[in-house]
Design a protein around this ligand. Structure first.
Ligand SMILES: C[S@@+](CC[C@H](N)C(=O)[O-])C[C@H]1O[C@@H](n2cnc3c(N)ncnc32)[C@H](O)[C@@H]1O
Length: 290
């Protein structure tokens, strides 16, 4: 397959930014070649220029394939460990106490990839919070890629995926062996509601959350996009809710909406006192559904 021409790279970079907000720096030509080459070969196209030509013509199926190919889906169960420890020992106990009258919790795994993150939350709740069994606990998991959401919904993982982050006892408790892999049990799978959502677009019908995990996705966006996402996060989070980012991520520098909590090794945020004050005029814990 021939190399990507500079003008084709520029078009793909503009295209992916427009459709997913992902910023491809000028040195990412090799990545585009590596990820789009297999699509061109599958389609029997002679060159990447040919593929870009079809993309320019507005082939919708190709558009989705290109977006899927250019997103990075790496994830694993209990990724980074510390955020889930904080959720188990501090965030959920606090939220449970504050919501004991409503008996309702809403958690959002934004950019959930193949489902390990929302299923980790579901397993953690099942294992450590039996008192929530008669609460209305909703875990909403979203991603821009339909292909990866279909995988997540299947709940089927290969041996190398379950060996990353899961203890033997958790594996045996929540999964059943199937072929050469493992399938998450229906009772856990059904706790999670998957839907397609582009973080750079409208979040219609999402509702207001108690805990938001938006991990390892903001790094792909530019500062302007991150700022506009943070503004929308504020609208979709209860004033006493929590926002968890990836370990190496911070909210945009000019963002005065959130403050980082002093928990080591986790990027956990709450609204600043000023924003919480402002938010106090909003109706308490609005039962806004999907
Ligand atoms: C590296 S994975 C992170 C998965 C998980 N949150 C974790 O930390 O393990 C990044 C995910 O972000 C998704 N993504 C990229 N751009 C997106 C966008 N604009 N809207 C929603 N999801 C997006 C990708 O499809 C991918 O599944």
């Amino acid at each position: 397959m021939t190399n990507l021409l500079p003008q084709d790279f520029q078009y793909v970079a503009r295209f992916i930014h427009e459709h997913s907000a992902i910023s491809l720096g000028p040195n990412k030509s090799y990545l585009v070649e590596a990820r789009l080459g297999p699509i061109a070969r599958r389609r029997g196209l002679a060159s990447l220029s040919e593929l870009v030509k079809r993309l320019r013509m507005g082939d919708a199926k190709l558009r989705d394939e290109v977006i899927d190919a250019l997103t990075t889906n790496e994830t694993w169960f209990f990724r980074d460990h510390h955020p889930f420890e904080l959720i188990r020992t501090t965030l959920l106990p606090e939220l449970i106490e504050r919501r004991r009258n409503q008996r309702r919790l809403r958690i959002w795994s934004a950019a959930c990839s193949s489902g390990q993150e929302p299923y980790t939350l579901a397993m953690l709740i099942d294992e450590h919070f039996p008192q929530l069994s008669n609460w209305d606990v909703e875990i909403v998991a979203t991603d821009i890629s339909q292909e990866i959401l279909d995988r997540a919904q299947e709940g089927y993982y290969y041996a190398h995926e379950v060996s990353r982050g899961l203890s033997q006892s958790t594996l045996r408790r929540f999964f059943t062996r199937e072929g050469s892999g493992w399938r998450i049990k229906a009772s856990t799978r059904e706790r999670v509601r998957f839907r397609k959502l582009n973080l750079a677009s409208f979040w219609a019908g999402l509702g207001v959350m108690d805990l938001i995990l938006m991990r390892n996705v903001l790094i792909y966006f530019d500062e302007t996009t991150r700022l506009s996402i943070m503004a929308r996060v504020e609208n979709h989070m209860h004033k006493d809710g929590y926002l968890m980012l990836g370990a190496a991520e911070t909210v945009a520098q000019q963002c005065d909406r959130f403050e980082r909590l002093p928990h080591r090794l986790t990027a956990c945020y709450q609204m600043t006192p000023a924003r919480r004050q402002k938010d106090a005029s909003r109706p308490g814990h609005r039962p806004v559904g999907l």
